[in-house]
Ligand binder design. Structure first.
Ligand SMILES: Nc1ncnc2c1ncn2[C@@H]1O[C@H](COP(=O)(O)OP(=O)(O)OP(=O)(O)O)[C@@H](O)[C@H]1O
Ligand SMILES: [Mg+2]
Length: 329
């Protein structure tokens, strides 16, 4: 139950409109209830706070979020690129299994304090592998958008080429930031950093860097989320896989998912005349990214022709063009 002081603070903060304090005290009351075994009450309180927060935050206020004081400075400025993505889980068109894994990681992050109270650590290290253009990088934006955290992209090419010889030291700087500033940290195309340690073309520097990376990944306590992506999982060192709480594989889209991607990207134009069976055929083997680009192309063509209507022939032609861009598909 709430203490007398908490009740007074609740009323005071509500009266003065200090919603941050109001929610924070409500969550303290929930934590106290959980400690006393009133789990249902604790969960109900947390849900009420989440609901109230979601309602009070409209998309406009999200987009006007001020640039926080967490801009990387000094040496870090060249190594990390920060952004504040707005993508949500509903923007991601993926198979149920992938969706469930991402949802699970989010649920653990949302309820991190609760898990910690019971001595468990929330998932915070995710390895996303799979074909190009299937949503791996996008997932890191979705995680940041859903958790309302900044996304820090690690500039691996700068790290490796510019700082050859001192890469491991720079990596330490990055992992210090991971501990200091809560965020989603993306090591995109991590194979550049984490190739097989026994590979024939290996050099001492690469091995040293990979060893440091694996060591930095070890601690469990971090409040940040670390995401690594690769479309060459076969060249990743096996030790990498053990370091991640979840390894999620992104397949090319099934026909159902392909349609979902296309419908989403064509939402602004008229598609009532489309023959989906024909379109499905032309879309076969294309990645989410290719489907998105083809749909954008067809939609723009429709707008420029001032009919705002995408025909089957227009969309098929755009899809066929993408098939040629990616000959292996
Ligand atoms: N699963 C998806 N759902 C919806 N849109 C997607 C999805 N995957 C990709 N896209 C679209 O394609 C764009 C590029 O995708 P993304 O960069 O996430 O692919 P990737 O898997 O990281 O590819 P790569 O391995 O080449 O880096 C996204 O910005 C988005 O517009
Ligand atoms: Mg990517």
């Amino acid at each position: 139950m709430a203490t007398a002081e908490q009740l007074k603070t609740l009323v005071r903060s509500h009266a003065s409109g200090d919603m941050n304090q109001f929610y924070s005290v409500a969550l303290q009351v929930a934590a106290r209830a959980a400690r006393n075994g009133h789990n249902k009450l604790a969960q109900d309180l947390r849900d009420l706070v989440d609901e109230a927060k979601a309602k009070s935050e409209n998309p406009r206020s999200r987009s006007l979020r001020p640039v926080p004081a967490t801009q990387p400075r000094g040496e870090l400025a060249g190594l990390l690129a920060v952004s504040y993505p707005h993508e949500r889980l509903s923007d991601l068109a993926v198979e149920t299994e992938v969706l469930q894994r991402v949802e699970r990681a989010l649920a653990e992050q949302h309820q991190a304090d609760r898990l910690r109270e019971h001595g468990y650590h929330p998932q915070h290290r995710l390895l996303l592998i799979g074909a190009p253009g299937t949503g791996k990088t996008m997932t890191s934006r979705v995680l940041a958008g859903e958790l309302r955290l900044p996304l820090f992209m690690i500039r691996l090419e700068v790290l490796i080429t510019k700082f050859m010889g001192e890469t491991a030291a720079k990596l330490r700087l990055i992992f210090d930031a991971v501990e200091e500033t809560r965020g989603v940290y993306l090591f995109d195309e991590v194979d550049a950093l984490a190739g097989d340690r026994s590979a024939a073309n290996d050099v001492g520097e690469v091995r040293r860097v990979l060893n440091s990376f694996l060591q930095f990944l070890d601690p469990h306590g971090s409040r940040s989320v670390i995401v690594a992506t690769s479309n060459h999982p076969q060249i990743l060192d096996r030790a990498m896989f053990r370091r991640f709480d979840s390894v999620i594989e992104y397949p090319l889209p099934s026909p159902e998912i392909a349609r979902e991607v296309m419908r989403h990207r064509l939402a602004a134009v008229n598609i009532t005349e489309l023959c989906w069976t024909d379109v499905d055929q032309a879309a076969k083997g294309l990645s989410h990214a290719d489907l998105t680009l083809a749909c954008e192309h067809a939609a723009k063509e429709a707008i420029l022709s001032e009919k705002d209507r995408v025909t089957t022939a227009m969309l098929k032609a755009a899809l066929r063009e993408r098939q040629h861009v990616w000959p292996c598909a």
